[in-house]
Design a binder for this molecule. Structure first.
Ligand SMILES: Nc1ncnc2c1ncn2[C@@H]1O[C@H](COP(=O)(O)OP(=O)(O)OP(=O)(O)O)[C@@H](O)[C@H]1O
Ligand SMILES: [Mg+2]
Length: 409
């Protein structure tokens, strides 16, 4: 007789482990949400998802800019190779019941029947399927703004995994994970958590605070949503406001993505190194307690990507260059320095005149990220704020440094 063997039900399959690792690499904190998404994936992979219901109905609550939408994008990117590989229904766009035609298409015979393309169709769901993975994601964003008619559709989807289109075609959503997001309770949570510095402060009572956050969000949801809706949810996940150290990690991830963009699609490939003061500046501009990391991307585009585009377009950065970026205190912008063959030379129009010599020195060249250099500016600034030429070996980013900043390069 074979000996009885104890099994390990907590072990994940290799592909699920990879999926989990990819999510962890891009999503900061929000462990519970990560676990919910990974569980749903593992259940689907094992073929144990219920018949006649979606694979999972997940409700994400919590403050703005905490990763509710991002986690779906990262999951889509990881599994289907495109962060937009899911159907997104902005419930705010369907606040009036007649707008529901945009979602399901109008019935035949109605004016405009041919022109309305339903948002959720079987073809649309299958669009990103791969040979091995016939799973789809549907995201209903800001569900608290949905009209009654949309609620009825949503209830049908959550319960029976079917949607009837305007022309009576049926859409089967049993191979879908349904994500729903809502800001309900988010404002109260942010208020509860505001620390003196405007960021969430870690406290010794963190665990109690976590419970309070969960309670606040779930109570708001229960107040707003009907019991029949809440009963159809497999898991309610409360997203927590990001702490200061977590916002820094989000910044690292976003900068990493810009660096990848530069290496994959820019006209000339180069690497950049963001100094601590520049990181502080970007964090200050892109994050706060009220909006979490919501504006971080925008700040990075404005203060880093646009100037980089100018530098590239004007030939000031070339293939293989190494840039160092630091803050320009008091001027609401960043400064860019290019290392070239032994010298790190200043960027920024103001100093162009003053650094003509450096610019002409062999291997050294000033790069200017602004459109209209103003030489007078350089003189009016204190000496320590003026860009200075620095010897490359000391100032150039070290390989090890860059690895930490650009983990995936
Ligand atoms: N936990 C996180 N991990 C990684 N990045 C995050 C996280 N939270 C927020 N971000 C960053 O902030 C941006 C905005 O986050 P996201 O769109 O997920 O907010 P949200 O929680 O859906 O907010 P809203 O309720 O306003 O829609 C993301 O694109 C991402 O760059
Ligand atoms: Mg969102």
């Amino acid at each position: 007789m074979q000996p009885i063997q104890e099994l390990d039900p907590s072990r994940r399959s290799p592909e699920t482990q990879n999926f989990e690792a990819a999510l962890k690499g891009r999503i900061v904190g929000q462990q519970e949400a990560l676990a919910a998404v990974v569980d749903a994936y593992q259940v689907f992979r094992a073929g144990l998802n219920p018949t006649g219901r979606p694979v999972a109905n997940l409700l994400f609550l919590g403050p703005t800019g905490s990763g509710k939408t991002r986690i779906v994008e990262v999951a889509a990117q990881t599994l289907f190779g495109d962060p937009r590989a899911f159907i997104k229904v902005d419930c705010a766009e369907f606040q009036h019941s007649h707008e529901i035609a945009k979602l399901v298409g109008s019935p035949p015979g109605y004016l405009g029947h041919r022109e309305t393309h339903p948002l959720i169709t079987q073809e649309e769901l299958a669009k990103y399927h791969t040979e091995e993975l016939k799973l789809s994601f549907v995201l209903f964003d800001e569900i608290e703004k949905a009209s009654d008619a949309l609620w009825q559709l949503l209830l049908g989807i959550l319960d029976k995994a079917t949607l009837t289109l305007g022309d009576n075609r049926r859409v089967d959503l049993s191979q879908c994970v349904i994500f729903m997001t809502s800001n309900l309770g988010g404002a109260e949570i942010s208020e509860m958590m505001t620390g003196k510095m405007g960021f969430v402060q870690p406290t010794e009572k963190e665990e109690r605070m976590d419970q309070k956050i969960n309670r606040t969000a779930t109570q708001s949801a229960k107040k707003k949503f009907s019991p029949e809706f809440m009963n159809r949810i497999d898991k309610v996940v409360v997203f927590h406001p990001l702490r200061r150290d977590q916002l820094e990690q989000v910044l690292d991830i976003e900068l990493d993505m810009v660096q990848q963009r530069v290496l994959e699609t820019a006209r000339s490939q180069f690497v950049f190194h963001i100094e601590t003061d520049a990181r502080e500046f970007l964090l200050g501009e892109g994050t706060d307690i009220k909006y979490g990391a919501r504006h971080l991307k925008r700040a990075i585009e404005k203060y880093l990507v646009y100037p980089l585009a100018n530098l590239l377009a004007t030939g000031q950065i070339q293939f293989g260059d190494v840039l160092t970026v630091n803050n320009d205190p008091g001027n609401q912008r960043l400064r860019f320095f290019r290392e070239s063959g032994g010298a790190l030379v200043p960027a920024g129009g103001p100093a162009l005149g003053a650094f003509a010599q450096v610019a002409q020195a062999p291997g050294g060249r000033a790069v200017n990220a602004t459109a209209t250099p103003n030489p007078a500016d350089a003189k009016s600034r204190p000496a320590e704020q003026r860009p200075v030429a620095m010897p490359a070996p000391a100032a150039a980013p070290r390989a090890s440094d860059q690895k930490t900043r650009r983990g995936s390069l």
